[in-house]
Design a protein around this ligand. Structure first.
Ligand code: GAL
Length: 660
């Protein structure tokens, strides 16, 4: 099933016609058709042009834009235009602007300035969304709805009195009464006992460290408050156009929003990804976020924004060298994207993004970038049959936002060097290098379809989550500092790993974080030596059901103590190993029949979508790859078998012949 009514893989980008004279639009439409653009994201920041004065709509220009797009075969990902409230709304209701943790109200003059909890902003946003939906319900260009823009970019939280009221209502809903909140937040510590809910405030700047349980609930609340706002617009759209899919563009693996919850609230997942061309390992981290996008709804997703070349918001904005834009685009498709879109169609002449690359650069059709645009459009057409296909994965990587928020509390942790994205990557990167497909999964998902589950960290682990992990019948790996606290950030009775103790057969006597730069040696049972940094633990093996020692610390204060253990199918890794490959290798080897993988040279990525095998050479040298099966390269139409040579930054998309 395709994501929208547009067949094949979508191709296009953000289109901001209001930044251009109308005579330019005809050229835009003609060039879009020439490049094979099938979708344009329109009106993301257009509120002040669509409603210049309250209730006085000016839809004429957008009518003409949508008609023109449609005439040229381009569908619209039509935005609700609510990403920047207009000046009249801000002046009439200054309280729609967000207030920071120090109490400073932010000014108009940028974008995405709104308080997530403002009833005024919400009412106006929903009114506008409904008006746009009513206006364009029957328009033939309308293919999907784009609500807001990158929620939590610029504005994740607001500390104004309205937000405080909203937070208290959210707390009332969660806890019922103030005594339950006192118990959950442990307010007996540092004299914070409340006698009424209305004494509670958001965690504004305080003299010292703020109650971590309060911070954890604040993170939950901020994600939920923006989600409520999104859902209010979505509901208005669904009432008017029940058949048009609704999305909002995610921001890859984002700390601020619980994307498991968010994805459940939208019809299709879309993402914005901007891997840094200057980072030679960027394609690995971005593959992880693409796999998350595919896993959120367990179906194809849409890359809604990416950069044709340089962005404009890094300290140094390095352009994409020849071949990289195509390679990165094909990589997204390999990982389940049913379309590749860009920011933006025509490069701006003014504003903060005038130096951001575009599909149609300042140099117009003479520019190198334009040739890339034409070529990518053609490539995506050749891959049309890939749309809708799935990626079978046997390995799940577990990621939960509650736990992430707890782990990365800004203060009062044993070490603030544990960053969840790094912990995920430490396991993902070697799997990626081995050509093993990986799904992401939330901690409470039934993992029974997988053969291996890896939990890089589950600092916050509830009894229910521990039970879900215990009932998993495949190979399970749990990383350090897991099972430490419950849903209220309170240490489990008896200490870590709390509810995971029986499953893992270990007890953590004491956390042993290492100072920056310190290295701890680890000796594996087969004699191989490893090293750990940043984090180690002093483990005890309980008398009842102890785990076996798979690797031990060598030298230092923990000399001879267990570092990696196994009890039945559950492996526990109590430190941050510099290289997890030996542990991973052992775990994968224990899976009966092994885990499916495609062996490729370093820097070459192998990803499957049903009967299609994507081989992507991320290096700058030619690479030889042994094809597991014969097939036809969809990009060139060439039949292939045996050994092939992949040119630097080149790709092959093989339609496998016969059984896969
Ligand atoms: C995104 C945003 C776009 C554009 C782009 C530039 O974060 O949604 O509107 O600003 O970045 O890279």
């Amino acid at each position: 099933m395709s994501l929208t009514r547009v067949p094949g893989l979508l191709f296009g980008g953000d289109y901001n016609p209001e930044q251009w004279l109308e005579e330019v639009w005809a050229e835009d439409a003609r060039l879009m058709a020439e490049a094979g653009v099938t979708m344009a994201t329109v009106a993301v920041f257009s509120w002040s042009r669509l409603e210049p004065r309250q209730g006085a709509y000016d839809f004429g220009w957008l009518d003409r834009v949508l008609d023109l797009l449609h005439e040229h075969g381009v569908a619209a990902d039509l935005a609700t235009a609510t990403a920047t409230p207009p000046p009249w709304l801000v002046r009439e209701h200054p309280e729609v602007m967000p207030v920071d943790a120090q109490g400073v109200r932010l000014e108009f003059g940028s974008r995405q300035g709104y308080c997530p909890s403002s009833p005024v902003y919400r009412a106006h946003a929903v009114r506008l969304a409904r008006a746009i939906a009513e206006r364009y319900a029957g328009h033939p260009a309308l293919a999907m709805w784009h609500v807001g823009n990158e929620y939590a970019d610029h504005t994740l939280e607001c500390f104004c009195p309205e937000s405080a009221r909203h937070f208290r209502a959210w707390l009332g809903h969660r806890y019922g009464d103030v005594e339950a909140l006192n118990a959950a937040w442990g307010t007996s510590c540092w004299g914070q006992h409340y006698t009424a809910l209305d004494q509670v405030e958001p965690p504004r700047k305080a003299p010292g460290p703020v109650n971590p349980a309060q911070l954890l609930d604040w993170r939950r609340f901020c994600s939920d408050a923006l989600l409520e706002l999104f859902a209010a617009e979505r509901d208005a759209l669904r009432e008017v156009t029940p058949d048009v899919p609704v999305t909002t563009n995610f921001m890859s693996i984002l700390h601020g929003l619980d994307y498991w919850k968010w994805a459940a609230a939208e019809d299709l997942v879309s993402d914005d990804a901007y891997p840094d061309p200057a980072d030679p390992a960027a394609h690995v981290a971005v593959a992880l976020s693409y796999d998350l996008m595919r896993s959120l709804k367990r179906r194809p997703w849409l890359l809604l924004e990416s950069a044709p070349s340089a962005v404009s918001w890094r300290e140094v904005n390095v352009p994409k060298p020849p071949g990289m834009m195509r390679l990165h685009s094909l990589q997204a498709v390999a990982h389940g994207a049913d379309g590749v879109m860009f920011f933006q169609w025509r490069q701006a002449r003014y504003g903060p993004e005038k130096f951001h690359s575009a599909l149609l650069p300042h140099g117009g059709t003479r520019a190198r970038g334009w040739r890339d645009t034409l070529a990518l459009g053609a490539d995506l057409r050749r891959l049309a049959e890939v749309a809708g296909t799935g990626t079978p994965a046997e390995v799940a990587l577990v990621l939960g936002w509650d736990s992430w928020w707890g782990l990365e509390a800004p203060e009062s942790m044993p070490s603030n060097r544990l960053k969840l994205k790094d912990l995920l990557l430490a396991w993902y990167a070697p799997l990626h290098a081995m050509g093993v497909a990986v799904d992401l999964a939330p901690p409470d998902r039934d993992l029974s379809g997988y053969r291996v589950a890896i939990v890089p960290n589950l600092y916050l682990c509830t009894e229910e989550q521990a039970e879900a992990l215990a009932s998993f019948t495949g190979e399970l790996v749990v990383g350090p500092f897991s099972g430490v606290v419950d849903a209220s950030d309170q240490v489990h009775p008896g200490g870590p790993p709390g509810p995971l103790r029986r499953l893992l057969g270990v007890e953590v006597d004491e956390f042993w974080p290492l100072p920056d730069g310190a290295v701890q040696r680890v000796r594996h049972a087969d004699g191989a030596e490893g090293t750990a940094r940043t984090w180690t633990e002093w483990l005890r093996l309980p008398d009842d059901g102890p785990a076996d020692v798979v690797a031990a610390y060598e030298g230092g204060e923990l000399d001879g103590l267990p570092a990696v253990t196994r009890r039945g199918r559950a492996t526990y890794v109590s430190c941050l190993l510099d290289d997890v490959t030996p542990v991973l290798g052992e775990v994968l080897a224990r899976v009966p029949g092994g885990v499916a993988r495609t062996a490729v040279p370093e820097g070459v990525e192998a990803v499957r979508r049903d009967r299609h095998l994507f081989l992507l050479n991320h290096t700058t040298t030619p690479q030889r790859v042994a094809l597991p099966q014969p097939g036809t390269d969809l990009l060139t139409g060439t039949p292939m078998r045996g050994q092939i040579e992949l040119a630097p930054r080149d790709a092959v998309v093989l339609r496998i012949e016969g059984d896969t």
